[in-house]
Design a protein around this ligand. Sequence first.
Ligand SMILES: N[C@@H](CCC(=O)N[C@@H](CS)C(=O)NCC(=O)O)C(=O)O
Length: 223
Amino acid sequence: MLLVYLDLLSQPCRALHVLLTCTGIPHTVRTVALRKGEHRSAEFTKLNPMNKVPVVVDNNFILTESDAILKYLVTKYNAPEHWYPRQPERRARVDEYTAWHHSNTRPHAARVFILEVLLPTQTSAPVDEEQLNRALAQLDETLDKLESMFLRRQPFLCGDDVSVADLLAVCELMQPLGGDRDVLKDRPQLQRWRSRVQAAVGDSFDRAHAVLYALRDRRRARL
Ligand SMILES: N[C@@H](CCC(=O)N[C@@H](CS)C(=O)NCC(=O)O)C(=O)O
């Protein structure tokens, strides 16, 4: 039995959720509510001493880190090849993006959400505009690279078809939407890519993002 510990407000958890629903890999979700601190419980700490989601438990095999989890599940459950190709060069392209992702797309998009949504909610302090502008400028550099390097000659980040790299990236870039900010608003090339990813994964995209849309809608209702 595959148990999946996640919170859909978390970007890497959504990438995992999309993969699971899209491929139909049988699994059971165990929600770990970050806002309630459930990731710091003794029970969860035994699974992941780093107290982070997602985690999967596949029979007795415990695995953390979304990148490793996505690649493991595609391989173990024989999901369609395009998610994580077997051919060495095509696989290396996916690994190339995912290695880059964790020090670029992820921290830069997440920082915008943290400054605009998370910190003001936790502290009731206003948004620090100076820090936010710096974060947006850093994110802009990452978006430039996504366009000029990864999407230069191909429809998806790592080739002609959707892969786990696209899932990790798109879920990060959606996160600032929780603060009603579409970071791809002025980026037609990246918007087209996002639409291609959405079309490739169907309903699973909106299902994974429902919690984020609700956060955005609550914010709109307050303003
Ligand atoms: N590198 C990890 C990052 C996981 C991560 O940072 N998860 C966040 C949610 S997006 C978390 O669990 N945060 C709780 C905390 O750090 O207290 C992965 O890709 O799985």
